[in-house]
Design a protein around this ligand. Sequence first.
Ligand SMILES: Cc1cc2nc3c(=O)[nH]c(=O)nc-3n(C[C@H](O)[C@H](O)[C@H](O)COP(=O)(O)O)c2cc1C
Length: 157
Amino acid sequence: MVSIIICYASFSGNTKEVAELIAQTLADLGHDAVLHRINRNTPPPDLTPYDMIMMGTFTWGKGVTPAIMKNFVADVGYKPEKIAVFGTGDTQFGGDDLFCRAVDRLAVFYESPYTVLKIEQSPRGGQEEKVRKWTKEVLQIDELINESKSAGTSKSE
Ligand SMILES: Cc1cc2nc3c(=O)[nH]c(=O)nc-3n(C[C@H](O)[C@H](O)[C@H](O)COP(=O)(O)O)c2cc1C
């Protein structure tokens, strides 16, 4: 069982829907998932007890990371090792180039070893499977990372 916290920023609810679907998928697979909606007035939760952190964001302006997300990242104050990034956007705001740009920026910032998930607006009506598939993929990548780490440890022993 993997213990995961899903921290997400959502203005109009699309990223919240994705976060909730990820949490449901993780629970269905027998994992322990905690949801945290990022809020301007609440300090970030302690991220250290979790095996993995999932971070979700929407994109603002012209490919900009929203201030609420930037502040959260600053408040966390360090770069946890295992962060998987997802988010929602809308290709009407600048096409493929700017689509979910904040997701790419966060993944680069945290040097995320996982693939990113980008959803066009709400996941409802056809993109649910994409969310479930990504969640499973992240868990598989995580297993590989853990395996290669323990192989490295036993070699040096
Ligand atoms: C003013 C404004 C600017 C936006 N700029 C972008 C953008 O550059 N790239 C993008 O992918 N989506 C952009 N969007 C779309 C939002 O990211 C998208 O609607 C997202 O799903 C909102 O997430 P939320 O419902 O969780 O708040 C923009 C939306 C607004 C209102």
